[in-house]
Ligand binder design. Structure first.
Ligand SMILES: [Zn+2]
Length: 92
């Protein structure tokens, strides 16, 4: 379980590697698992889905994890998109 591609990602809150996160399987259906991930540093808790299919691009799993963390932590659009990459030129 700790080899899951999800864990090569990083906590969106504190940037800690999720390889050190606490991962608990909440439930599973066939190959798909719902995981509760707790960041090892800031203890932020979020849910991630592991499809169990290693042929699928690992980014899919990471996207789910990152999205759930980001949505939970987002306080503004700048938070959502990352202040450095946020280009407002199209917004007007
Ligand atoms: Zn964290």
């Amino acid at each position: 379980m700790h080899e899951a591609p999800l864990l090569s990602s990083h906590c969106a809150d504190c940037g800690a590697a999720l390889a050190r996160a606490l991962v608990r399987e909440v439930r599973h259906y066939e190959e798909t698992r719902l995981l509760e991930v707790t960041c090892g540093r800031c203890e932020r808790r979020f849910l991630a889905i592991d499809t169990g299919d290693r042929r699928v691009d690992a980014l899919q799993v990471e996207d789910v994890a990152a999205a759930s963390v980001t949505l939970a932590a987002a306080r503004s659009l700048a938070d959502l998109f990352g202040a450095a990459d946020f280009d407002v030129s199209d917004a007007a």
